[in-house]
Design a protein around this ligand. Structure first.
Ligand code: PAF
Length: 283
């Protein structure tokens, strides 16, 4: 399984592999791969002849230096995991100076109002960092399809917007959330939780499931109040936000409207580990 550190040799290799109608599927990641990532790679393998996985902890999308420093970096373990899926997966693991051509800063994108909600509100500059690294990576890899998990649902919408702004010829594929047995959404950050905290974090999805059940007959305001009161009782979990939003605008709703699709979104701190999750409510 080839691993490339620089863009030029990756591109030369990809050019030698691209023939006729074969397509390139791309899974951008920050490494510390888990079953959720492997599910994305499995989708890419089932739809493309060539699959590239990037492993790069992107500095420009972190607002918090501690979070960037503590982000797990496990390249050789990641390569071993990918090999269990297929021997020919191509890994791209650049260093930041090279990828950013010595200028590690974000572009400023006009993603519109969706960038100001939820993660955009709580993580200033985050989506400009995500947009910048993806534009660079798409330029290098030139994938036909790129795969993203719905756990980062807002990111998925931002990536679709990025493509409409940059006009890069890539089709974005959204993939369902992959969960641990307890229901906790898979995330590289889960590795930083103690056994007890990880068990306690299953409460996040349990709460979202109850919200989904009650969405038919309770108002958004009632559900907001209920979720806040439930988290007030949890010692180990600190609610950052809970929002019920329209899936297209990502705007918090005051009232439900027929024919609109809604999701519930949540961000929770478990000590210094920040977890996010979401569920569809009426579709
Ligand atoms: O979702 C992630 O892991 C990152 O935001 C991404 C898309 C790999 C960009 O760094």
């Amino acid at each position: 399984m080839p691993t490339f550190k620089d863009a030029t040799s990756l591109q030369a290799f990809l050019n030698s592999q691209r023939t006729g109608n074969n397509t390139v599927g791309f899974v951008p990641t920050m490494g510390a791969l888990h079953k959720g990532h492997l599910a994305l790679v499995t989708s890419a393998l089932s739809q493309n002849e060539i699959v590239v996985v990037s492993i790069f902890v992107n500095p420009t999308q972190f607002g918090n230096a501690g979070d960037l420093k503590n982000y797990p970096r496990t390249l050789s373990k990641d390569e071993t995991l990918l090999k269990t899926l297929h021997n020919d997966i191509i890994v791209f693991a650049p260093n930041a100076e090279d990828l950013y051509n010595g200028n590690i800063t974000s572009n400023s994108y006009n993603f519109g109002a969706i960038a100001n909600e939820m993660e955009g509100k709580y993580r200033q500059g985050h989506f400009n960092g995500v947009g910048t690294v993806l534009e660079l990576l798409f330029d290098i890899v030139k994938p036909d399809y790129a795969y993203f998990g719905e756990k980062d649902f807002q990111q998925l919408q931002i990536v679709r917007k990025l493509i409409s702004l940059t006009k890069q010829p890539v089709t974005i594929v959204g993939c369902p959330i992959y969960r641990e047995n307890s229901g906790l959404a898979m995330s590289s950050r889960n590795e930083r939780l103690s056994k007890e905290r990880r068990e306690a974090s299953a409460f996040i999805y349990k709460t979202l499931q109850k919200v989904k059940e009650d969405f038919k007959y309770k108002s958004a305001r009632q559900l907001n109040e209920w979720v806040k009161s439930e988290f007030d009782k949890q010692e180990a979990l600190e609610l950052e936000y809970f929002e019920i939003a329209n899936i297209d605008t990502l705007k918090t709703i005051k009232r439900k409207h027929k024919n609109n699709k809604y999701r519930a979104f949540i961000a929770v701190f478990v000590e210094d580990v920040r977890l996010i999750d979401n569920v569809s409510l009426n579709y």
